[in-house]
Write a protein that binds this ligand. Structure first.
Ligand SMILES: Nc1ncnc2c1ncn2[C@@H]1O[C@H](COP(=O)(O)OP(=O)(O)O)[C@@H](O)[C@H]1O
Ligand SMILES: [Mg+2]
Length: 499
């Protein structure tokens, strides 16, 4: 037998098989699953058009909301149905219907598969992991919508499928679901962070509670918080007006200073202050999601993208000897957000010097750099009072303030915690009763402890003020405005050191 005969034979066998399945299907009647879909669409299965759109797994709740809103509008009575049968998670709807139509009893109408998805810091919603619903296109033609979430083994994504007799109906439905999805976005106005799941191999978005830090809980030199606030909050409040005048809204703030001086604390204050804004927080290696975050920020503006401790990223040269891919990705993402977007990037760093080159080479990303310094004497006294909280300070703060020159803000938080501990222990021979007053003795003992020889590491970690030989000299930042080449005004920043 030559090759031609073999091909002929296999073609004939194929035709025979198909014929057999058709006869079988006809003999048994059209399976219910197929009949439900084709009956609704009013066309043969072979003429059904299928359009699928996929989203990152973390969009599942948004997709559900979009479909829910679509159904509420076009067929509020519609009921979901599922598909039963092994391997349904691996097959697309058309394959399942086709298999079923050919008489393979793999897939039948079954229960809807559900899952849960987070829609807030402590709120979840039920989402459909696999299900179908009969509905109509915006023009009134019958369509079938299928929704599916990330499956245990499949690709980590959520997808919507529209089945219709005409392609344009399927497209119209998909487009309207897409619009409704954005309108009902669960991430709008939330505080979010990106993470990566090793296990699932996908990126995840999680919700964080919005911090509530008041201005009087932030102890900074006169005018510092005002400057930051005017730049970030002030521009946001005048967004519409600034747009009318053709001014750009996008902002870039760099907070730099030694560890423990309140960069993160200031950022947390801003998050609370901008209650209506979407906030995306990224630290360390999560900065690899910066382009997703920038996209999300643009979509959900007004938005704040917070990139914490960017020096860690900037110093990682493990991939490229001459540059840092993550840092470039970060700068690109900042660049990619249009100048008219109400999006603020806030970068924090302990080592402004490390960023100096990268930022100077590509100006316009950061238009305000603010140093968060170690507290001066007035600041140190204020921090002592702040962290004494509800306790009365019957102590002379002068000596403590004098001995803590160069200590960071976080040092005082710990100092007061220790003083309270000492007060509790000493109170009424250790009954552990509540205390109401802190005295010189309490504060003095706590301070001795923290400045003591044996706590050198603690002292270094909290920033005691003793000069560390490796430490960079203080950094000064100045700048000048320039006409930007990216469609907006810019600001060139010079960061230098006082040697
Ligand atoms: N300027 C400040 N005013 C009040 N509390 C502060 C200040 N700076 C730091 N703290 C306290 O110390 C903690 C650690 O400071 P943090 O903001 O994380 O420092 P960093 O500058 O390293 O980001 C904060 O959570 C806050 O409780
Ligand atoms: Mg910090």
């Amino acid at each position: 037998m030559d090759l031609g005969d073999a091909k002929e034979l296999s073609r004939a066998l194929g035709a025979l098989m198909q014929e057999a399945h058709t006869v079988l299907a006809e003999a048994k009647g059209t399976p219910e699953l197929v009949a439900r879909v084709t009956g609704h669409l009013g066309c043969d299965l072979k003429n059904v058009v299928s359009i699928t759109e996929s989203f990152a797994a973390w969009e599942h709740a948004n997709l559900q909301r979009g479909v829910d809103a679509y159904l509420a509008r076009h067929s509020p009575q519609a009921e979901w149905f599922g598909i039963s049968g092994q391997g349904r998670e691996h097959n697309d709807y058309v394959n399942m219907l086709a298999g079923s139509a050919r008489g393979f009893e793999w897939f039948e109408i079954g229960a809807v598969d559900y899952a849960t998805a987070a829609v807030g810091p402590d709120e979840t919603m039920e989402v459909i992991a696999l299900g179908l619903v009969l509905t109509r296109s915006p023009g009134g033609s019958p369509v079938v919508v299928g929704l599916r979430g990330p499956q245990e083994h499949g690709a980590p994504q959520a997808e919507v499928t529209v089945l219709a007799a005409e392609r344009r109906d399927a497209v119209a439905v998909r487009d309207e679901i897409g619009r409704l999805m954005r309108e009902h976005d669960v991430y709008r106005g939330q505080v979010l962070s990106f993470a990566w799941s090793e296990h699932r191999g996908n990126d995840l978005v999680s919700f964080l509670p919005r911090p509530a830090v008041s201005a009087d809980q932030v102890v900074l030199p006169e005018g510092v918080l005002d400057t930051v606030e005017r730049h970030i909050v002030g521009i946001g409040e005048l967004a519409a007006r600034l747009r009318e005048h053709g001014q750009h809204l996008k902002r870039g703030l760099l907070l730099h200073g030694p560890p423990g001086t309140g960069k993160t604390h200031t950022v947390r204050y801003l998050m609370g202050r901008l209650a209506g804004s979407t906030v995306i927080v990224m630290t360390g290696s999560a900065i690899r999601f910066v382009s997703e975050a920038a996209g999300l920020a643009r979509r959900l503006q007004p938005a704040l993208v917070i990139l914490e401790d960017v020096d860690l990223v900037a110093m990682d040269r493990s991939f490229h000897p001459e540059g840092n891919p993550l840092l470039f990705a970060l700068l690109d993402a900042m660049d990619g957000v249009g100048a008219d977007s109400d999006v603020t990037f806030v970068l924090t760093t302990n080592r402004a010097g490390v960023l100096e080159r990268a930022l100077a080479d590509r100006p316009g990303r950061v238009d305000l750099a603010v140093e968060i310094p170690k507290p001066d004497a007035a600041g140190r006294a204020a921090l002592l009072r702040l962290y004494a909280r509800d306790l009365r300070l019957e102590a002379d703060l002068g000596p403590v303030v004098a001995k803590t020159e160069g200590a960071t803000a976080s040092f005082f938080k710990e100092l007061l915690r220790r003083a309270v501990l000492i007060a509790l222990r000493g109170n009424a021979a250790g009954t552990g009763n509540a205390v109401s007053t802190l005295t010189d003795a309490h504060l003095g003992t706590a301070l001795e402890e923290m400045l003591g020889e044996r706590e050198t590491l603690t002292r270094a970690l909290l920033g005691s003020g003793e000069h560390d030989a490796d430490e960079d000299p203080p950094v000064t930042v100045s700048g000048e405005a320039y006409p930007g080449d990216h469609g907006g005004e810019g600001f060139t920043m010079f960061i230098g050191r006082d040697r």
